[in-house]
Design a protein around this ligand. Structure first.
Ligand code: ADP
Ligand code: ZN
Ligand code: ZN
Length: 812
């Protein structure tokens, strides 16, 4: 029996200690990276288990903790050897029954060490969302346990008993007849009855007493129904698999049989049937009575994607995404824990569900940046999944049309960190559907030719043709990082936030400049509005740069006949719970339509009627200040191009750019990925970036600039000293001769190189000055241990915060 969390069965001094527990204390501090030993009083001994939530005394305060190991004697408790049993304090109360997977603690330890993150923070990933007790501190300083805010809901299910099937109600028992009629086709919930009939509760009671109706109370799962099915989300299983699909399935089956946690990368063009491979592989795992986890980028977790899994596996599918309510989230989680769901489809955090006998993890769009968590613990789902697969001995399947350089490099090596990595190519689309024709529209030439419109003549003509043929088009207007801003035509000044030193974004509708780091709003109006002035030189020519989606929408409406629906999809138009979904349904339902959107439209949409894809300006993506910009731009363009020609009719893709010679553009235009990947690989090898070395980032921020810089410098110095004392890693045989062409002083393939401290690109945010130390380290070197040792030995001064990002993606 789970104890009632509110009834604090407090340990009394007289009880005897019956066992010992290893407890992770829930105080997120770096220093607490180890569990602590506590005694288990006799009265809890029967109920306590690995995963239980307990109340303990830590120092002079009360704290929540999670049991990660149990033993009869202290000596058998890992890490507690040599402790004096007399000095071990007892667990004060048992607050909640186990809720996480049995392997959660092991993975949490690994996460904590690998990502230099507090142990409690890592373990919390595995806890039921909103469903654990919390410890709150009252005004008078006393601690109080608060019951989970999210509660389970139950529903009553009515069904006819065997005896009930032959029961004849009295002639005038009208309500009894109603109820029997409702139950004739199968069990019904009382909630469903209430929607159909006036109150039947007295009748239910009567018939239940007579043994005609059986009443069963069961857990209701919020978040299961209500998934609308779009027309193209079909349930059908293809009659024949393509050769590529068969090869991929064979590789997965072999990995499954080997049981060594192998990784299979499905490198398949968009529309080549990767999802179909996942479905078939999951079917086999389910047939073995095991469960499967499918990670999908948050952005493509649409009803369409989910619908494909539900139509194959029915109610056995739990879904996790950020738009679930707290109650839905808890219920989906519990569906997995209880075994009601054996397939989970979700964003990266779905990895931490309490799976029963996990037999397969699939990561779709493996290269997606959203698999890296942006806050502590800054884990990468691909790495965590690989570790889980290794420990669990089941396969990890990665899928992508544009695999990450990291995944490609590991498959090239064949083995990475004692794990087998294998790549399977799927070059063909089923049924021989052809790849779309790609046209590059050179904006330099268009401009020289006098075209001042945002559409080149090719794109304009193609859009009008789509309208004439009553087809559909998708237009990408990617402006990530290039939101409209103001610039002084006379002095070149760009207004920046007073607190953050980031360029302010101009909002047309409200005539305001807004900071997207801290939310500050400024009222500066652009030329030719009256009263506008440059904050630096006072010039009136403060002009707007960068197009908003809104402006492209206006231009489209002006260009196209009125019967063509123009649907704009961006952060503003998709606000609200189902905003995203509603717009997609409108696009699906329209006879002829253009879907205009930011990068959120590039992924996962499968509408066979789309025959044209346009990219307003590819250069925004190419010109990000980041060594992964090319990879991301290539992915974005490939993905959006893949929206065209998924049906019978061939598709066309038009990419507008000022940089037609860029390897990314050439690779997309010729369907020859090697043009890009070889260029990118050579560049990274030359500049010594991942996947050839590891790149980690330590951020230090504070209100006081000198305090931040000083602490960052001290950390950098400590790391340099510690690194100098460790042995270098030998270079792989083939690379030995390559001389490092580095101004950095050292070869990071051999020994870590510490760069900085330097001010971050965003040098100030929310009134804090930001500095960072970047570390490039060899692949076989455990840099996390070095960083952890340095941070433990040098606590941050008051007012200074340190954030560690191992294998960092965002260096801004
Ligand atoms: P991907 O995930 O690689 O983009 P999908 O699995 O979504 O590809 O497949 C693209 C389309 O092809 C879908 O409509 C799917 O139903 C269909 N499809 C997949 N495999 C087959 C097959 N073997 N035969 C016929 N159609 C298929
Ligand atoms: Zn100026
Ligand atoms: Zn700001």
């Amino acid at each position: 029996m789970a104890p009632d969390p509110q009834q604090l069965a407090l340990f009394s001094a007289e009880s005897t200690v019956a066992a010992f527990a290893s407890v992770v204390v829930d105080i997120p501090a770096r220093a607490l990276s180890e569990p602590y030993a506590y005694g288990v009083p006799g009265e809890f001994a029967d109920d306590i288990a690995i995963g239980s939530t307990v109340l303990v005394t830590f120092g002079h305060r009360a704290a929540l903790g999670y049991v990660v190991a149990l033993a009869e004697t202290l000596g058998d408790l890992p890490g507690a050897e040599g402790l004096d049993p007399v000095r071990v304090r007892p667990v004060r109360a048992l607050l909640a029954a186990p809720s996480c997977s049995p392997y959660a603690a092991d993975i949490a330890f690994w996460l904590s060490r690998e990502y230099v993150a507090p142990l409690a923070e890592c373990l919390r990933l595995f806890l039921p969302p909103g469903g654990t007790p919390r410890l709150v501190r009252d005004a008078d300083g006393a601690y109080r346990v608060e019951r989970p805010a999210v509660a389970e809901v139950h529903e009553r299910v009515l069904s006819l008993t065997d005896a009930g099937r032959t029961y004849e109600p009295p002639v005038r028992a009208h309500r009894q007849r109603q109820l029997l009629e409702a139950l004739a086709c199968g069990p019904v919930t009382t909630r469903e009855l209430r929607a159909l009939y006036t109150d039947l509760s007295a009748t239910i009671r009567t018939l239940a007493q007579k043994g005609v109706v059986a009443v069963e109370e069961r857990r209701a799962w919020r978040g299961v129904s209500g998934a609308t099915t779009l027309s193209s989300a079909s349930a059908s299983v293809p009659e024949h698999l393509t050769d590529g699909q068969r090869e991929a399935l064979a590789a997965i089956a072999e990995a499954y049989a080997r049981g060594q946690g192998d990784v299979v990368l499905i490198d398949g063009v968009t529309g080549s049937g990767k999802t179909e491979v996942y479905l078939a592989a999951i079917e086999r795992v389910l047939a073995d009575g095991r469960s499967a986890c499918v990670l999908v980028p948050e952005i493509s977790l649409t009803a369409q994607t989910v619908g494909r899994f539900r139509s194959r596996f029915g109610d056995a599918v739990a879904v996790f995404h950020s738009r679930l309510s707290a109650g839905e989230r808890l219920d989906q989680w519990d569906m997995v824990r209880t075994g009601a769901a054996r397939v989970v489809v979700g964003a990266r955090s779905a990895l931490f569900c309490p799976f029963r006998d996990l037999g397969l993890i699939v990561i779709d769009e493996e290269h997606e940046q959203s698999y890296k968590q942006g806050s502590s613990p800054r884990y990468h789902a691909r790495e965590v999944a690989a570790e889980m697969a290794r420990r669990g001995g089941f396969p990890l399947v990665l899928g992508s049309a544009t695999p990450s350089a990291e995944a490609l490099e590991r498959c090239r090596a064949g083995t990475w960190a004692a794990q087998r990595w294998q790549r399977v190519e799927m070059r063909e689309r089923p049924g021989g559907a052809r790849l779309p024709r790609v046209v590059v529209a050179d904006l330099r030439r268009a401009f020289a030719g006098g075209n001042r419109s945002m559409f080149s003549s090719v794109l304009e003509r193609a859009l009008l043709d789509v309208a004439a043929r009553k087809e559909k088009a998708v237009l990408l207007h990617n402006r990530r990082g290039f939101a409209p801003f103001l610039m002084c035509r006379e002095c070149g000044c760009v207004p920046t936030c007073r607190h953050c030193s980031t360029a302010l974004t101009y909002h047309e509708r409200t005539h305001t400049l807004e900071c997207h780091t801290c939310g500050a709003v400024y009222h500066v109006r652009p030329y030719p509005a009256p009263g506008s002035a440059c904050p630096q030189c006072g010039s009136r020519y403060l002009a707007k740069m960068g197009l908003g989606t809104q402006q492209v929408e206006d231009a489209l409406r002006a260009l196209l006949p009125p019967d063509v629906a123009v649907i704009r999809m961006d952060a503003d138009s998709t606000k609200g719970k189902d905003g995203h979904q509603r717009l997609l349904e409108a696009f699906d339902a329209a006879e002829s339509a253009v879907l205009l959107g930011t990068q959120m439209i590039a992924k996962g949409l499968d509408f066979p009627e789309v025959t044209l894809v346009g990219v307003i300006n590819a250069d925004y993506a190419l010109k990000m200040p980041d060594f992964r910009a090319g990879e991301r731009a290539f992915d974005l363009l490939e993905q959006v191009a893949g929206r065209a020609g998924r049906g019978e009719r061939p598709g066309e893709v038009i990419i507008q750019t000022y940089l037609p010679e860029d390897p990314v553009i050439r690779a997309v235009a010729t369907h020859d990925r090697a043009i890009f990947t070889e260029h990118d690989r050579a560049q990274r090898a030359e500049a010594l970036y991942p996947p050839f070395v590891r790149l980690s980032n330590i951020n230090v921020w504070a209100r006081d600039e000198h305090a931040a810089e000083g602490h960052a410098a001290a950390i950098a110095c400590d790391i340099r000293r510690l690194v100098a004392a460790t042995a270098p890693v030998p270079l792989p045989a083939g690379d030995a001769g390559a001389p490092p062409s580095l101004a950095e002083g050292g070869d990071p393939r051999v020994a870590p190189v510490v760069l900085g401290p330097n001010p971050c690109v965003i040098a100030r945010a929310k009134d804090r000055y930001r500095f960072h130390v970047v570390i490039k380290s060899p692949l076989g070197y455990h840099i996390s241990d070095v960083i952890a040792a340095v941070l433990d030995a040098r606590p941050a001064p008051q007012g200074v915060t340190v954030g560690v990002d191992i294998d960092a993606y965002d260096l801004m």
